[in-house]
Design a protein around this ligand. Structure first.
Ligand code: P71
Length: 458
């Protein structure tokens, strides 16, 4: 625990970017659920069984079996994490001038598609861009948008459709199996592949079990298998669902893609039987996959996120609804309606929550969206969010209460919060290392001095 004065100094030194804080200065760390979950006793036991042979490690074969059995894919290549798999797959499948439709962008996925010469096209349903829409499957693709793109550019310009389970940037929202089946039908008609970003597939499957007609009696494991079976290949950041601290993989059912991926992985990651992973980490992952699709586990995991979300809703805090499965996403545009998007409301809000309580959150708005490649202007996404991301098997319900209380305090004082300007901007994935300064008080909104700041109110 730290004092407010300490946190103010720490955040200023971090350029008001929560990515640049030291973890020692953080009390409850909700930056991400990536690599931050607690491994189980069985996973830790698995680490002790690490076979660190350079080639053909026993753990690789265990991992391969686990992926084939639970995720259906035939061929697999371990990578150091999700973006390692995205890099290799993008280089193989995309040629200059291609289009990549998908159910909303993800930062690293889109960047690798662009670096390979492709252009991402958002074909998600409109509801996904509306934080207040209660539509249950905001990860669904709008088939008309997809079909229109196919007609416009031609199927030969679309190597694959990118389908994420769940959709992170939409607020952790699931896609329905009905929609995925319809995408399969349409893509089959045109000879287009479906590549699955399966980073949080178990959480998506749980939402299908809860809300999609016909799946109420299926297990999460069965639904996960069915989702994967409808797709041609996958990239996975195993640091989320599968609860390892590092790791990922690329999977495909296509022997040609596998052949090319085996050739490329040795250039960028390592031999094809370990990619970027140690033997012990592959063992922990093989075990984590099995644990991640247990109904009781996933119900508790998502249940904890919903607990926090429901608490915030009761307090009248504007959050993305339905509540996401890996975190609660605060609607910063609404929360800080007096700060225009060019002054980074979500960045400012994440900073303020940290100062209030030491809770570290992540900006998911205009900073994350980066700049338009052609015009150089900021991309202004409809969603300007702060993500309170919950690691798995780490925090208690009491921590959730502390988080909610802090957000409520900041909400009460919201009118006194100022916007930011960016003073350092990296070329790629700028949100990781960008630096900010609070902007000087210029507008009427900031002259509201009758609302005491939290520290003064004490
Ligand atoms: C998350 C992350 C980690 C992250 C990545 C980039 C910016 C901020 C935080 C990573 C994902 C993801 C999806 C759907 C691919 C990756 C890349 N998410 N797809 O949410 O959520 O995986 O980090 O293992 O390379 O905090 P990687």
């Amino acid at each position: 625990m730290t004092t407010e004065a300490h946190r103010r100094k720490a955040l200023e030194e971090a350029g008001y970017n929560t990515f640049l804080l030291r973890s020692e200065d953080v009390y409850i760390d909700l930056l991400t659920d990536s690599g931050t979950s607690a491994m189980s006793d069985r996973q830790w036991a698995g680490l002790m069984m690490g076979d660190e042979s350079y080639a053909g490690s026993r753990n690789y074969y265990h991992l391969k079996e686990s992926i084939q059995k639970h995720y259906s894919y035939k061929y697999i290549i371990p990578t150091h994490q999700g973006r390692g798999a995205e890099h290799i797959l993008s280089q193989i499948l995309i040629t200059e001038g291609d289009y990549l439709p998908g159910n909303m962008y993800f930062t690293t996925t889109k960047l690798h598609q662009e670096l390979a010469g492709g252009k991402f096209v958002d074909v998600i349903v409109d509801e996904a861009h509306d934080p207040e829409s209660l539509y249950k499957f905001k990860g669904d693709v709008n088939l008309n948008k997809l079909e229109a793109l196919i007609h416009k550019v031609g199927a030969h310009k679309i190597p694959y459709v990118s389908i994420a389970t769940t959709v992170n940037m939409a607020g952790g929202q699931p896609i329905s199996l009905g929609n995925l089946k319809a995408i399969r039908k349409l893509t089959d008609k045109h000879g287009i592949k479906i590549i699955h970003d399966m980073t949080r597939v178990a959480e998506n499957a749980y939402m299908i079990q809860q809300y999609e007609v016909g799946y109420e009696d299926k297990t999460v494991a069965q639904i996960v298998y069915e989702i994967c079976s409808l797709t041609d290949g996958a990239t996975m950041s195993a640091k989320k669902d599968a609860m390892v601290n590092i790791g990922g993989f690329l999977a495909t059912n296509d022997p040609d893609v596998y052949d090319k991926a085996r050739n490329l992985v040795v250039v960028y990651e390592g031999l094809h039987t370990y990619g970027g992973m140690a033997g012990r980490d592959m063992e922990a992952l093989a075990i984590g996959i099995k644990e991640s699709i247990q109904d009781d586990h996933i119900r508790a995991r998502v249940g904890q996120v919903f607990y926090l979300g429901e608490k915030l809703l009761e307090m009248g805090i504007p959050i993305v609804q339905p509540i996401g499965t890996h975190g609660v996403f605060i609607d910063a545009k609404k929360f800080l309606s007096h700060i225009s998007q060019e002054n980074f409301p979500a960045q400012s809000l994440a900073a303020e929550i940290y100062i209030d309580s030491g809770v570290r959150a992540m900006e998911r708005g205009v900073v994350s969206a980066g700049r338009n490649k052609e015009t150089g202007e900021h991309n202004y996404p409809k969603l300007e969010l702060v993500r309170l991301t919950i690691p798995r098997r780490v925090y208690t319900q009491a921590h959730m209460d502390v988080i909610a209380d802090s957000v409520q305090r900041v909400y009460k004082n919201r009118k006194s919060i100022q916007g930011m300007k960016m003073i350092y901007e990296p070329e790629y994935l700028r949100f990781f290392q960008a630096r900010f300064e609070k902007i000087k008080v210029t507008s009427d909104h900031y002259s509201n001095t009758d609302i005491p700041r939290y520290s003064e109110a004490q």
